[in-house]
Ligand binder design. Structure first.
Ligand SMILES: [Zn+2]
Length: 395
């Protein structure tokens, strides 16, 4: 139905297809909410393999019902990653739908943060980041299948289990599937209550600066000691000075530890540092600066570990073209879709870093990711699903 009507040359015809699609999702709004709710009520903290594996099984079944070929990638230290392949009416490269089912919330969080409907909002741990995104994938695929009797094109879904803890175990899978894809649609939360998509994300680095000095009695042998905390304080001052707001490059010392007792000159101190870069060309420079740190007090030893973990997602021509398509589809659905550049990273950084056109923030609309007030706006679900379906078809 969709294809035939879309090829008509009068606007009213196109418009009515979009309105029919919207109506399809509006009729299924409560069903979508209950699917998302089911996913939220299976808690899946990144660091609990058996919990995340349970989540993977549940989600795999739902995609299998839609005709997808299931493949679980075994991960030893994290939950398994789920790949689902769908064939389509036409051949060619698949579109990759990317996301994660791990959350930042420990088991038992549901007790204090239950999944509830309040004022057209659905609350609960991970509802925005990003279990609603998984629900939207399922319904967009169901819609496409029912309108045309089959999916219009090959589609690969990848849901990983370790995104919230850096994606070390899934990165290679994400990158290899992205390389085969025509485009990557990331169903991470959208930006703001208007539901803007994300066309740029900062790259993220993590470093540890570890100082070793020499312990001594602060009263009896003060001068024999080498104070590691004092040295670290100087290093903190130095690395914080690497921040360059004009380049949108930031260095944040987020955690410090060290020392044992007040009456001991501390032998050890460590700072953990978060680095954000907006441009890939700034990666090598800041990495070199971090690695070139030298002790102020030569009696101290300095050890720097870590590196740039995610490259930035830059707004390349490929990203801009994908965004333009999304804007056109949203316009037909009667809405003006905005875009945002954000500081947080996602697995979309990896795929964009490979030069594959990537559009992020296509998932739920709401607020409070990783926070007690996490929620999505239920009325946004139908047009979001229609947008995703339209993009799958046209990229
Ligand atoms: Zn997320």
């Amino acid at each position: 139905m969709a294809r035939a009507a879309r090829s008509g040359n009068i606007n009213a015809g196109r418009n009515s297809v979009d309105q029919q699609r919207l109506a399809y999702f509006r009729e299924r709004r409560e069903e979508m909410v209950s699917t998302i709710r089911e996913l939220v009520e299976i808690e899946s903290p990144s660091d609990n393999k058996s919990a995340v594996d349970r989540m993977a099984e549940t989600v795999a079944q739902k995609f299998a019902t839609l005709g997808g070929q299931i493949r679980l990638h075994h991960a030893a230290d994290f939950g398994n990653h789920l790949q689902v392949d769908f064939s389509g009416k036409r051949g060619g490269k698949p579109v990759l739908l990317l996301g994660h089912y791990d959350t930042v919330y420990p088991l038992g969080t549901l007790a204090s943060m239950p999944c509830r409907i309040v004022d057209n909002k659905l609350t609960g741990p991970g509802v925005l980041d990003m279990k609603s995104g998984i629900g939207l994938m399922l319904y967009a695929l169901a819609g496409l299948r029912s309108w045309d009797g089959a999916l219009p094109r090959p589609i690969t879904v990848l849901l990983v289990s370790d995104e919230e803890v850096g994606s070390d175990s899934s990165r290679a899978i994400t990158e290899s599937l992205a390389k085969k894809a025509a485009a990557v649609l990331v169903l991470e939360p959208s930006y703001g209550f208007e539901g803007a998509v994300k066309t740029a994300r900062k790259g993220v680095g993590e470093y540890a600066v570890r100082v070793t000095g020499k312990a001594s009695h602060a009263g009896l042998d003060f001068q024999k000691g080498v104070n590691a905390i004092l040295e670290l304080a100087r290093q903190i001052e130095r690395v914080s000075g690497f921040t360059d707001l004009k380049k949108r490059l930031t260095v944040n010392v987020g955690i410090v530890s060290g020392g044992s007792r007040t009456n001991v000159v501390p032998a050890e101190a460590t700072a953990q540092v978060d680095v954000r870069i907006a441009r890939l060309k700034d990666a090598a420079g800041i990495d070199k600066k971090m690695r070139s740190l030298r002790p102020y007090n030569r009696k101290c030893k300095l050890e720097i570990t870590g590196g740039i973990n995610r490259p930035p997602m830059e707004r390349t021509a490929g990203v801009a073209a994908l965004y333009a398509k999304a804007v056109a589809i949203a316009r037909e659905l009667g809405w003006k879709l905005g875009e945002a550049a954000v500081g947080g990273g996602s697995d979309g950084n990896f795929t964009a870093g490979l030069g594959i056109p990537t559009l992020d923030g296509l998932g739920g609309v709401g607020d409070g990711a990783h926070a007690v007030h996490e929620h999505i706006l239920i009325p946004e679900l139908p047009r979001r699903a229609a947008l995703i379906a339209g993009l799958i078809e046209s990229v």
